[in-house]
Ligand binder design. Structure first.
Ligand code: HEM
Length: 256
């Protein structure tokens, strides 16, 4: 066994001198550029799954205080909630860390953007057809970082916000959390409504490119099915954003 320099890797690789087998890889799959894309895609799609679940739960608001509060109480008392929250946090951290490191690597590799400077918007550009590069894809890092800020504000307002106890109208359980009241309190404030609508629209924008890009990274790219997948992903992005946006707007303008 001797140490020889692999022609494929920058670091020395241990391999038997007589063997023709490929060099043993020192780095894991998830640190290669393909692996990193796959990791971003898997974590991104998990977060989309959470968003759909979270949206469905929050839309119970339209069925009245009892539905929303009892659903949230069912979540809080569920023994799986803490492991699920830890898993969600880990997925989120990996997704953001991968996004930032990829962006920094790409930026140092190509400091001058290759798109046509005449088509720039606020320093971000888009390539014309047939390229899939658009404003949404060029601003992923910006919209992603806005989502991080949104999430911090959102958790402080809701998860760690005031805990108004109420008695469950259906089961008579005392002391369940009155999230309906918290929703109404927050979304009767015009500044909070504007902040939410703005951030939720950006989340839709992030998903507009993110879902299609994730499917692409996972190899779901086919000349026949890709256009349909692209449409489904974009419809999903719009529905998710619109569903969330409906909540503050309904409370502010309709319920009052
Ligand atoms: C109008 C839109 C939204 C409303 C009304 C809303 C409402 C809430 C409420 C009431 C909670 C607290 C639930 C509890 O502690 O039981 C919560 C938690 C949370 N929300 Fe939202 N949410 C909205 C949008 C979003 C969006 C767009 C995201 C992600 C980008 C998000 C991510 C989270 C997370 C991660 C938690 C903590 C979940 C947990 O730890 O169990 N929310 N939200």
């Amino acid at each position: 066994m001797a140490v020889r320099k692999s022609p494929y890797l920058s670091s020395p690789t241990l391999a038997p001198e007589t063997s023709d087998s490929p060099p043993i890889r020192r780095h894991s799959y998830f640190t290669s550029s393909v692996g990193k894309k796959v990791l971003m895609a898997i974590t991104g799609l998990c977060l989309v799954g959470f968003l759909i679940f979270h949206l469905i739960g929050n839309l119970l608001l339209f069925f009245g205080p009892a539905s929303l509060n009892e659903y949230s109480n069912w979540l809080i008392v569920n023994p799986l909630i803490v492991p699920a929250e830890i898993g969600l946090l880990a997925i989120f951290v990996v997704h953001v860390a991968e996004a930032v490191t990829n962006w920094l690597t790409n930026r140092s590799a190509r400091p001058v953007p290759y798109y046509n400077s005449a088509r720039r918007l606020f320093g971000y550009g888009w390539a014309g057809k047939p390229s899939r590069k658009g404003i949404a894809s060029s601003t992923m890092i910006v919209t992603g970082l806005v989502i991080v800020v949104f999430l911090i504000v959102h958790l402080l307002q809701f998860k760690f916000g005031p805990d108004y106890p109420v008695t469950s109208p259906a089961f008579g359980t005392p002391g369940i959390r009155d999230l309906y009241r918290l929703d109404v309190e927050n979304f009767t404030n015009s500044a909070i409504v504007v902040f939410y609508v703005f951030c939720l629209a950006l989340i839709g924008f992030h998903l507009w490119h993110g879902i299609t890009s994730a499917l692409n990274s996972l190899g779901l790219d086919h000349p026949r099915y890709t256009p349909t997948l692209l449409q489904i992903s974009r419809v999903a992005a719009v529905l998710i954003a619109a569903g969330f946006i409906a909540i503050p707007l309904w409370i502010y303008f309709v319920r009052g």
